[in-house]
Design a protein around this ligand. Structure first.
Ligand code: PLP
Length: 396
């Protein structure tokens, strides 16, 4: 059976060159970088190199990088640090379409700790409104956290402009760039961001490692307290193999940016255009002109996303759906809800996210298989263009 992986926004294959780089640090060079002896020293040198590589990818200084365990930790740390450093400020600005690493944490802060949060809305293409953004910033805003690119639609947000406005208003600006790093160019010398999160497993490094960029001289309060690792900004013995892998993956991502923006994008466009042309009642979700080059989120009307995924899986095609089976009910994702995607389309949304490992042959196979697959499922569906769902517009 085929094994076609088009779910790279969920996680990616570890690049073989990354794996080669990290391997010796499991079995031979396994020292603790805090140790005084040679085992520690050897690892320390390689970690320094990894930090430099991450910094080069973002165009920042190596000591502005704090290694963490994942994107979620980086996101939580950024927000908690801004709140703890400015105890009088009790307001946060974010969007309705953030990843749960931001959204659930903000809801928790509202509910359990009494913070106020403004969630910016989107239009039907998932775009933010700059006027709404400017109006949301208050005297007591402690932090603005806006994702650079959306994990479901691939939409890219105007982070440069938003960060500039935050700076003018003297508010800390954080961006969750977990989906952006490695896919689009980032230059922190040009863009006045205070904190930025990234995650290894989205860019061909393994799971369990991430980083938080913290601009020099920004007041910072650590989330994990204990040892003096990461210059006392993140306690815990470092994930040395993960960090070394992340450094290599960032270097490769930097070198492969052109491939991402030409070859991967060409495959994505071929897939997307082909599906939209051959399958009736299929629509694109997201900002057609301003998206990550690898992501395509398509709704196939009147069919259930989970059913589509199961049928695709039987053909060896792996992608993901925009509805999550939570508490027994199939709720469309918060991102599609924010975009007011109609009920019968939101439920049939599939996210295809490609990488440099996908091939034209794979895209051709998906294009050959999908029309029949959707047609068969529609024969079983209680809904159709003629028999729309009852008035159950998607709840916001
Ligand atoms: N932020 C975004 C935009 C993501 O897509 C993800 C993961 O899907 C995360 C944060 C969380 O990253 P991690 O899985 O490394 O915790």
């Amino acid at each position: 059976m085929k094994n076609i992986y088009m779910d790279n926004n969920a996680t990616t294959q570890v690049d073989p060159a990354v794996f080669d780089e990290m391997k010796p640090y499991f079995t031979e060079l396994y020292g603790n970088p805090s140790s005084m002896h040679r085992f520690g020293g050897q690892v320390g040198v390689q970690m320094k190199e990894a930090r430099q590589r991450v910094a080069d990818t973002l165009n920042c200084e190596p000591d502005e990088i704090i290694f963490t365990s994942c994107g979620s930790e980086s996101d939580n740390t950024a927000i908690r640090s801004a709140l703890n450093a400015q105890p009088k400020k009790r307001h946060i600005v974010t969007t309705r379409v953030e990843h749960p690493a931001i959204l659930s944490f903000c809801k928790f802060l509202e509910k359990k700790e009494g913070y106020e949060v403004t969630y910016l809305s989107t239009d039907t293409s998932g775009r933010l409104d700059m006027e709404e953004y400017k109006n949301a910033i208050r005297e007591d805003t402690a932090i603005i956290s806006i994702m650079w690119a959306n994990n479901e639609t691939g939409n890219i947000y105007p982070i440069h402009e938003m960060a500039k406005i935050a700076k003018e208003r003297n508010v800390i600006f954080h961006t969750d760039a977990v989906q952006a790093v490695g896919k689009i160019a980032i230059d922190l010398k040009e863009t006045p961001i205070d904190m930025l999160s990234l995650s290894g497993h989205k860019l061909h490094a393994p799971k369990g490692v991430g980083a938080l960029y913290v601009r020099k001289r920004l007041p910072f309060r650590p989330f994990l307290i204990g040892g003096h690792q990461e210059r006392s900004r993140r306690a815990g013995t470092e994930n040395t193999t993960g960090i070394i892998a992340l450094g290599k993956a960032c270097q490769l991502a930097h070198d492969n940016m052109e491939i991402e923006n030409t070859e991967v994008k060409a495959l994505r466009d071929k897939l997307e255009n082909g599906l939209l042309a051959t399958i009736p009642d299929a629509i694109l979700n997201g900002d057609k002109d301003n998206r990550l080059p690898n992501t395509s989120n398509i709704s196939f009307g009147y069919v259930e996303g989970e059913a589509i995924l199961l049928m695709m899986d039987q053909l060896g095609i792996c992608a993901s759906s925009g509805s999550a089976c939570t508490s027994g009910s199939l709720e469309p994702s918060h991102v599609l809800r924010s975009m007011d995607v109609p009920f019968t389309f939101a439920h049939g949304s599939i996210r295809f996210s490609l990488s440099r490992y996908n091939t034209e042959e794979e895209v051709d196979f998906v294009l050959e298989s999908m029309p029949k697959l959707i047609e068969n499922l529609r024969k079983l569906s209680p809904f159709s263009a003629e028999k729309e769902a009852p008035d159950c517009a998607v709840k916001k």
